[in-house]
Design a protein around this ligand. Structure first.
Ligand SMILES: CC(C)(COP(=O)(O)OP(=O)(O)OC[C@H]1O[C@@H](n2cnc3c(N)ncnc32)[C@H](O)[C@@H]1OP(=O)(O)O)[C@@H](O)C(=O)NCCC(=O)NCCS
Length: 172
């Protein structure tokens, strides 16, 4: 596979491309996947997201990555980074196709992208949050070594969410 940026035991990661729109619609265009993250996007919205993230990758050197199974080359989800928030180097995001939930891919991905952020991007801190009812997502952050810092208000979501941070002096 071309364009692989890094890998973990079972997964490959590469930057998003224009051609990924069909795959992205199975993730960001899926109501169930996006239930806790502001709802599904339309094809037009996700086309704009892809373009935004391609530019971000070019200009900042990081973005959300498409996650592939090494075994089958199938895209299973997205995991990576949104632009900096407050004093944090980036915000972590992760969304996986429903049929691939419960196999440990999110935890493996968050560990993988965080290691990459530390070793290659030289990030010092990353922030992430989840809907209070999204227990699986909070579990992923805890298992990947992110530290709970309390409830935080998000203006764009109009709600408080349990918030977690990773800092580079902590081992991932
Ligand atoms: C949340 C999500 C990323 C988890 O992905 P995943 O690959 O299934 O996660 P993992 O298998 O690595 O780990 C999930 C953990 O949560 C646990 N879990 C799952 N559902 C749970 C629930 N309702 N309550 C508590 N724990 C739960 C699992 O048992 C597992 O922990 P374990 O390994 O100790 O058993 C996935 O469900 C998803 O994409 N959801 C939609 C998008 C989303 O919510 N993204 C996060 C936005 S903040």
């Amino acid at each position: 596979m071309d364009g692989i940026l890094f890998e973990t035991e079972r997964l490959y990661f590469r930057a998003l491309q224009k051609e990924d729109l069909d795959e992205i619609m199975e993730i960001w265009g899926d109501e169930e996947v996006m239930a806790w993250s502001g709802g599904a996007g339309t094809r037009e919205q996700e086309e704009r997201s892809l373009s935004f993230y391609q530019t971000m990758q070019k200009e900042r050197g990081f973005s959300p990555y498409l996650v592939f199974l090494k075994d089958t080359d199938e895209a299973v989800g997205v995991c990576g980074f949104n632009p900096p928030v407050e004093s944090f180097d980036a915000e972590l995001l992760y969304h996986f196709k429903k049929r691939h939930w419960g196999k440990g891919y999110a935890t493996e991905s968050v560990l993988g992208v965080t290691q990459y952020a530390k070793d290659v991007l030289h990030f010092r801190s990353i922030i992430s949050s989840a809907d209070p009812k999204n227990k699986a997502s909070q579990k992923v952050l805890e298992k990947a070594g992110y530290r709970y810092i309390g409830m935080k208000w998000y203006e764009d979501l109009s709600k408080e969410e349990p918030t977690y941070v990773w800092e580079s002096d902590k081992t991932v």
